[in-house]
Design a protein around this ligand. Structure first.
Ligand SMILES: [Zn+2]
Length: 426
């Protein structure tokens, strides 16, 4: 797709403006009408726009069943010809787009690229706009799915996590809910199920239920690391070299690190798998699917970085999350591993960040992507090129993994966990 940015002009810009106005990131103007033929909702601060009751559903949401593929957006599109909004990408639009990107955990660059376009499309679905059901070929993705998941979750149904993707687990939660309410358990969220959901809507007060639930699951593991399955994802492979700079190649460095880490994990009684071989570089979606198939407890994706600036340097860790919520365990593991790496090496701490990248959100287990320094920076390149550094990173990741799965009372100060002592505890 063509990228859109400040200064661009055209009907595509007008559509972006209409979408951001609809979502409350730009004030509505009187002559502009909403895409559904209703008045656009009043502007609301980004953080609050999702807390409000969604607008009434379009007429007969179930009528759309089978009429169009779930991958196709709402008919009509934004901004009909009757009320074409300004089609210039001006400073206001740039600011609004950045605010939207920030609220979604996307890179805040003010540029409409594929990720932002997809997030914008997803954000425009309100619960009730369309019949939702599980489709393996074209899963429904959007804020309406996230809203459905949140409601089910708040009522105690097991939806996995609120990722905005209608998967098999969401379907089975809908079935449970329907059975529970005496409805036909067909796993589809249509008008009757929606009415019942709204009637029963309750809010959870205090605490973060997702944190509670995930830590309960971890506790159930007891004090053994035996049987913990760690999936490793070397960032690149085959013809995909990743970053190449100063004679160093990201693909090869990360393959070496993955091999070292595999050995250390296996030595310590954990199960460890590479999700792809050295000769291939699957898509993010494929990588997530493979980790899901493995039923891994943890997925770690290994990358180095590159920048046009030779000064950019440091290590960062990414986990699934945005303004609506995050993977509590993913966040904890990202913090643990970041802390261990920074304390065991002299790399700059670029901290941990929530992101909605496909690999992070399509995996069912806590997933962390590590960016282990910049090959374009002299200091970082020297580190990454040395086997001592890669061995230290492998130890750091192993220690963080043990901290994650062992109960807090067995915790040792950062950088000091003595790995062999804990290996193979039953
Ligand atoms: Zn990479």
């Amino acid at each position: 797709m063509k990228l859109l940015r400040l200064g661009d002009q055209g009907s595509a810009v007008a559509e972006v403006r209409a979408a951001l106005t609809y979502l409350g990131f730009l004030p509505a103007t009187p002559r502009q009408s909403g895409e559904r033929g209703e008045a656009a909702p009043p502007a609301a601060p980004p953080g609050e726009s999702k807390g409000a009751e969604p607008p009434p559903p379009a007429a007969e949401p179930a009528a759309a069943e089978g009429a169009r593929s779930p991958a196709v957006g709402p008919a009509g599109g934004a901004g009909g010809a009757a009320a074409a909004p300004p089609d210039r990408f001006d400073r206001d639009l740039d600011n609004a787009l950045r605010a939207f990107q920030q609220s979604r955990g996307l890179s805040v660059d003010g540029i409409l690229g594929p990720d932002t376009a997809r997030a914008l499309e997803e954000a425009r679905h309100n619960l009730g706009d369309r019949l939702l059901y599980f489709s393996a070929a074209h899963p429904f993705v959007g804020d309406d799915v996230a809203a459905l998941q949140e409601r089910l979750f708040n009522m105690g149904f097991d939806i996995g996590r609120t990722d905005g993707i209608f998967g098999p687990r969401t379907e089975s939660a809908v079935r449970d809910f329907q059975r529970n309410r005496g409805l036909d358990p067909d796993g589809r969220c249509g008008p009757r199920t929606l009415r019942e959901l709204k009637r029963l809507r309750r809010t959870v007060t205090g605490g973060r239920p997702d944190v509670l639930r995930e830590s309960v699951r971890l506790l159930a593991r007891g004090t053994s690391l035996l049987g913990v399955v760690v999936a490793l994802d070397p960032g690149h492979g085959g013809d995909d070299l990743g970053i190449v700079s100063g004679g160093l190649c990201e693909r090869d460095l990360m393959a070496d690190l993955a091999a070292r880490l595999t050995t250390r994990l296996l030595d310590s009684g954990l199960e460890s798998h590479l999700i792809h071989g050295p000769d291939e570089s699957p898509s993010e979606e494929d990588r997530a699917a493979r980790a899901n198939e493995l039923e891994a407890d943890l997925l770690i994706s290994l990358h180095a970085e590159g920048s046009t600036s030779r000064h950019a340097q440091g290590v960062s860790a990414y986990y699934y999350g945005n303004a609506r919520g995050s993977s509590a365990v993913g966040e904890r593991f990202a913090q643990l591993v970041q802390r261990e790496i920074v304390s065991r090496t002299d790399m700059l701490d670029c901290r941990t960040h929530p992101k909605v990248w496909d690999l992070l959100r399509r995996t069912r287990m806590p997933t962390v992507r590590l960016d282990l320094g910049y090959l374009t920076n002299d200091h970082d390149a020297r580190a990454l090129g040395s086997t001592d550094f890669r061995a230290a990173v492998a130890e750091a990741v192993l220690a963080a993994t043990q901290r994650l799965f062992l109960p807090p009372e067995m915790d040792a100060p950062t950088g000091q966990l003595h790995v062999p002592r804990l290996a193979g505890r039953a």
